[in-house]
Design a binder for this molecule. Structure first.
Ligand code: FO1
Length: 318
């Protein structure tokens, strides 16, 4: 079994490639829930849904989140009433949140509902929220004259992640327990992959759940991380700016230092080949390959190379 630690869009694209080279029932994904929010009374799990929609070939290809062939009538109605309309929920997407919220209100856990949703889309893989408990990212942003703590989505969507960040913390982490199967998946996996997701706000919260950090350190020798930073910039989202704001170097070397306790190898893009020696000095063994997933073929080749770095060989050209 291959275990993948995942955030949203980057992880989803990697997983689409991985499923072209290994059977879906050999894959367990541990997903981030710290971006989750309750809005209009509905529980939205953006990263779990981004993975589900991408693997179901239903994601909107331009945005990378939400559904393709979407309509926005409910948002238009909200606008008419002066309701909250900065977080865009499409009409089709709303059905997922209605279902999830109803099932949670009946006493189902987030893991159970997630399994129901992935089964309904015939995904075949196991998608485990890292925890069933309310773990949430809080971001302290710097307004021109004052600091203010906001929720993840208020920072990411409402403020377009373009305000400086002073710090990040997670509420609910101390009381959270790993969802059923999470620690077992890490310990039993033949290889663990840290997807090309934001190291701080997508992978960071997974490590906050008691037990996950220790388990990941234990399996370091079979863990490979993929850098979400290429040539000093994030391919999507604010990972580079966030790393700089928090005092880290926004390069593959900064990523290598961050993942040193957890990953024996770091996959970096060919554009960063000249930094390979510095990655080695930081700890993980560098593996240089194309990482910009411009097509499913590139994502599949990246998956093969990543698994090979963990000692797992799969059929087909590397
Ligand atoms: N991202 C945006 O930039 N704007 C939105 O209005 C927005 C709505 C949204 C609704 C459902 C969903 O599953 C994801 C959504 N996202 C939106 C993406 C999401 O905020 C981020 O991609 C992740 O939380 C970061 O991984």
């Amino acid at each position: 079994m291959i275990c993948v630690l995942a955030g949203g869009v980057g992880a989803a694209r990697f997983l689409a490639g991985l499923l072209r080279v290994v059977p879906a029932d050999d894959v367990t994904v541990i997903g981030n829930v710290a971006d989750d929010l309750v809005i209009h009374g509905l529980h939205v799990s953006p990263d779990l849904d981004t993975i589900t929609y991408t693997l179901a070939d239903q994601v909107d290809p331009d945005r990378g989140w939400g559904l393709r062939d979407e309509s926005w009538q409910a948002m238009t109605m909200l606008g008419r009433y002066g309701g909250i309309d900065w977080f865009n929920l499409g009409d089709r997407d709303l059905g997922t949140h209605l279902y999830r919220t109803q099932r949670l209100s009946e006493g189902a856990t987030l893991s159970q509902v997630t399994a129901e949703i992935t089964t309904a889309w015939d995904l075949g893989l196991r998608l485990l929220p890292v925890t069933d408990d309310p773990l949430r990212t809080r971001v302290t942003v710097v307004d021109p004259d004052t600091e203010r703590e906001v929720s993840f989505q208020e920072w990411f969507v409402q403020r377009h992640h373009d305000v400086p960040v002073r710090s990040v913390r997670w509420t609910g982490a101390d009381e959270a327990t790993p969802a059923p199967g999470v620690l077992e998946a890490l310990i039993e996996a033949e290889a663990v992959v840290i997807a090309p997701s934001n190291p701080i706000v997508s992978i960071g919260p997974l490590l906050e759940v008691p037990g996950v950090d220790d388990a990941l350190r234990e399996v370091r020798e079979r863990t490979v991380a993929i850098s979400p930073i290429v040539a000093g910039a994030a391919l999507k989202g604010p990972a580079d700016r966030l790393m700089v704001d928090l005092g880290l170097e926004a390069t593959v070397v900064g990523v290598a230092r961050w993942y040193e306790p957890y990953a024996a190898a770091l996959v970096i893009d060919e554009a960063d080949a000249d930094l390979a020696a510095e990655v080695t000095a930081a700890g993980p063994r560098p593996v240089v390959t194309p990482t910009v997933m411009s097509s499913p073929d590139v994502a599949a080749a990246l998956a093969r190379t990543t698994l090979a770095a963990a000692g797992v060989t799969v059929e087909g050209p590397a």
